[in-house]
Structure formats: structure tokens, C-alpha cells
Write a protein that binds this ligand. Structure first.
Ligand SMILES: Nc1nc2c(ncn2[C@@H]2O[C@H](COP(=O)(O)OP(=O)(O)OP(=O)(O)O)[C@@H](O)[C@H]2O)c(=O)[nH]1
Ligand SMILES: [Zn+2]
Length: 201
């Protein structure tokens, strides 16, 4: 297990306490009027605890753990990976929000680039935490800027929030789109080029 990650000055995250998570799920089942000792539910608290260890695994990862492979290819044009699956959890309701992320950057003058899969891994580092979509989007952009030192970054995230469909306002299909744009990608022409590539189906 790696060291706990500090999240935006919100403090140290403690070690994942599987027993505590298990007890909490058992309590929740009792609170909703279920019998956690009936046969079908007997293993559920332990299963849910293991599931949350996986769902929130990003709390134990840092972006530099995944943006490991960098090459100096001298490529100084835009690199864009579209439609990266996002499976995250709304920090307000602890239900999923799901969709896609599009991540693009213009490499540094030296042409420092990373492996394409690493961009998808980076999305997972931040998605696998209790999140809001805006923070997910800016964390991906800011960590790329910091580690690859590119000339520009664009991140667009499109998600459906289960807290808006399975409960509450109950609007199935509403999509939230967030973006974070840094450096040269803020220039209107470059930004438009990136956006037209992102929107093209
Ligand atoms: N900005 C933002 N809001 C989010 C995100 N995920 C969930 N929310 C919103 O967080 C808000 C929480 O509002 P509250 O009024 O405290 O909670 P609530 O009573 O459950 O709200 P309703 O969902 O309207 O029933 C809701 O409006 C959610 O839609 C997100 O990623 N970004
Ligand atoms: Zn929510």
C-alpha cells in the first residue's frame, strides 16, 4: 500500500479500514429495515467493503504513479484521447456518475509525451475517489500540466449522475459537461480545433 494521499489540503486520508466499512454497511442494512443476518445478506457487508476498497482505490494513488512512461519524441502537435470511460462516485450521495472524458495536450517544446494508456490511468486515479465532476476535470488538467509541462491541456468530461436519475429530481439522461483548459489551448483557434475533434463522432 502506498502512502496516504493528501487531497487538496483537505487533510490526510486514513488507511482503508475494511472492518469498519463492513460494520457501517451492516448498520445501514439495519437502518433501512433489513435483516443483515438473513442468508442472502450475510456476506454483503464484507462484499460491499471490498467493493469500496476498489471503487475508492484512487485515494491511494498519485498522478505521478501512473504518468511514469514519458518519451521525448519531438512531437509538438496536439495529442488527444477521446471517449475515455469515467466511472466515478458523487461525493454528495455516494452513487455513481458515469460517462466519458476527453483528454488532450500540446507537448512541451522538447516534445515530452506520455503513453496513451497513461492518460486513461490518470482519469481513473481521480475518478476512483468521492468526487464532484468539476474537481475531477480540473485535477486531471492540473496534474498533466504539472507533470508533463506541456504547452497546453484540454479536458472535457461528460457524465450522467445517478443522483439525478435514480433519486431526487429523477431526470434520466441529463448530461453534465465540464471542461478545463490550460496554456496554449486557451487560444481560440487551438481550442476550437480541439473542440471540433472532441465533438466529431
Ligand atoms: N456541481 C456539482 N453538483 C453535484 C455533483 N454531483 C452531485 N451534485 C449536486 O449536489 C447537490 C447537493 O444538493 P443538496 O441540496 O445538498 O442535496 P439533495 O437534497 O440530495 O439535493 P437533490 O439532488 O436536489 O435532491 C445536488 O444538487 C446534486 O445534483 C457534481 O459533480 N457537481
Ligand atoms: Zn450526487
Amino acid at each position: 500500500m502506498t502512502d496516504p494521499v493528501t487531497l487538496d489540503g483537505e487533510g490526510q486520508i486514513g488507511e482503508f479500514d475494511e472492518k469498519r466499512a463492513e460494520n457501517a454497511v451492516r448498520e445501514l442494512l439495519i437502518a433501512v429495515g433489513e435483516d443483515p443476518d438473513r442468508e442472502g445478506l450475510r456476506e454483503t457487508p464484507a462484499r460491499v467493503a471490498r467493493a469500496y476498497r476498489e471503487i475508492f482505490a484512487g485515494l491511494w494513488q498519485k498522478p505521478e504513479d501512473v504518468l511514469t512512461t514519458t518519451f521525448d519524441l519531438g512531437h509538438d502537435e496536439m495529442v488527444l484521447v477521446k471517449d475515455i470511460e469515467v466511472l466515478s462516485s458523487c461525493e454528495h450521495h455516494l452513487v455513481p456518475f458515469v460517462g466519458v472524458a476527453h483528454v488532450g495536450y500540446i507537448p512541451s517544446v522538447e516534445g515530452k509525451i506520455t503513453g496513451l494508456s497513461k492518460l486513461a490511468r490518470l482519469v481513473d486515479v481521480y475518478a476512483r475517489r468521492p468526487q464532484v465532476q468539476e474537481r475531477l476535470t480540473t485535477q486531471i488538467a492540473d496534474s498533466l500540466m504539472e507533470i508533463l509541462e506541456p504547452r497546453g491541456v484540454i479536458v472535457v468530461v461528460e457524465c450522467e449522475h445517478m443522483c439525478m436519475s435514480m433519486r431526487g429530481v429523477r431526470k434520466v439522461g441529463a448530461k453534465t459537461i465540464t471542461s478545463a483548459v490550460r496554456g496554449q489551448l486557451r487560444d481560440p483557434a487551438t481550442r476550437n480545433e480541439a473542440m471540433s475533434l472532441i465533438m466529431a463522432r
